[in-house]
Write a new protein. Structure first.
Length: 404
């Protein structure tokens, strides 16, 4: 999203479309700064392609973005190492609550969004007018993170995400989801099968690792080899490095000498032997990345793939979710004989969580609903209007609208 105050122009995030890695149409010379809410592909993936003067984000986001960008440069060749170095040189990192004047008329600070490590909601003071861009938010505490901060200064305009913005988008309690997840893994391991778990490298991977090893330690899940592949190897290391940004339970585990993400092994040919195991790899939407080489395991009806997150349209993950019988991740077709299960551990708040968030933060005077499929955005816009009785808009891509 672009903010044009007539005195300055900035971007709120600059991502790629995860279904095809397409880039936004931007003239970077006109942009004074990019404010990055968090290190996910659809929020930061396009940045090195452009030549931005200044990039602002939280400290953990810097390291996580570097891993994401390196991964993109290898997989899609969208940009190269020099472009990444140039982008890294333009970054200034901030802590939560730290104020920074970024243009002549804009001051910013960041609040914890509870989505992934270092994720933030961006608060702007634009010549006295106050804007909050939520980024992706999670109002509920997760295995690794504290909930989104709602102790926020006054707001004139709110820009809120709507990934799960429809009343039907209500997720089961986390304990219920974990029980289903562990049950699905256990049933496959008991018959000697293998479990493939595609994950996003940042956030989802660490949640899944934490759940699996917590249940292995308690004895509720059989101890088998857990293999990992892709960028999650490095991003999990970054989570450990920034442990003081994680929730108190995780910090306490680390202080007591326990790795909350367990004892994992780098995936090798052992994955394809006859013993049961768990394979966790990127990408989360099964759209490129090392996960593709493990899909051949689905030839065996004893094996299972568990989709743990949202699968966008036109991705292989969505095809699997919809029950495709044959896939072609490379040149040769693979029959899908294994079981396909979806148990969604979203780092986004569901509909009820978004409504609670709206009630906890200061009442805005105007609301824009973004970052959702059409039905979800329109549904949340209607909910906001009914709840807060303020002008609420779900803009389409390319819209130009007054901010205040």
């Amino acid at each position: 999203m672009e903010i044009d105050t007539k005195k300055s122009r900035i971007l709120l995030d600059c991502g790629m479309d995860p279904s095809d890695n397409s880039l936004p149409n931007i003239n970077s010379k006109d942009i004074g700064a990019v404010l990055v809410s968090h290190a996910h592909l659809d929020h930061c993936g396009a940045i090195p392609y452009f030549d931005f003067k200044k990039i602002y984000c939280t400290t953990p986001t810097v390291d996580l973005m570097y891993i994401i960008w390196k991964d993109i440069s290898k997989l899609s060749k969208t940009y190269n190492e020099d472009s990444i170095k140039n982008a890294m040189g333009s970054i200034e990192s901030l802590n939560y609550g730290e104020e920074k004047k970024i243009t002549n008329d804009i001051t910013m600070k960041m609040y914890d969004a509870g989505h992934i490590l270092g994720s933030s909601s961006v608060y702007l003071d634009i010549d006295g007018k106050k804007l909050l861009y939520t980024g992706d938010i999670n109002e509920v505490e997760s295995r690794t993170l504290s909930p989104a901060d709602t102790d926020i200064d006054e707001i004139d305009t709110l820009i809120i995400e709507s990934t799960y913005g429809a009343p039907m988008d209500i997720k089961p309690a986390r304990k219920v989801l974990e029980g289903q997840f562990i049950g699905e893994i256990s049933s496959t391991l008991k018959k000697g099968g293998k479990v493939i778990i595609p994950v996003f490298a940042v956030g989802r991977a660490q949640e899944i690792l934490s759940i699996i090893f917590n249940h292995m330690r308690s004895g509720s899940l059989e101890r088998v080899p857990v293999y990992v592949d892709g960028a999650l190897i490095h991003t999990t290391g970054i989570y450990l490095t920034y442990s003081h940004w994680l929730n108190p339970k995780i910090r306490n585990s680390l202080e007591n000498g326990m790795n909350p993400f367990g004892d994992v092994k780098k995936a090798d040919n052992s994955v394809f032997d006859n013993d049961p195991c768990i394979v966790i790899s990127t990408s989360g939407m099964v759209q490129g990345g090392p996960i593709l080489q493990y899909l051949k395991l689905l030839k065996n009806p004893n094996n299972k793939i568990i989709l743990t997150g949202y699968q966008a349209e036109d991705t292989l993950g969505r095809e699997l979710e919809e029950g495709v019988k044959e896939i072609t991740p490379f040149k040769n077709k693979i029959p899908v004989n294994g079981e396909i299960v979806k148990i969604e551990f979203s780092a986004h708040g569901d509909y009820n969580s978004l409504v609670r968030y709206l009630k906890k933060i200061p009442k805005p005077k105007k609301v824009f609903v973004v970052h959702g499929e059409k039905y979800q955005s329109l549904s949340l816009a209607m909910t906001v209007w009914k709840t807060l009785k303020v002008p609420t808009i779900a803009p389409t891509v390319g819209s130009i609208l007054p901010l205040f």
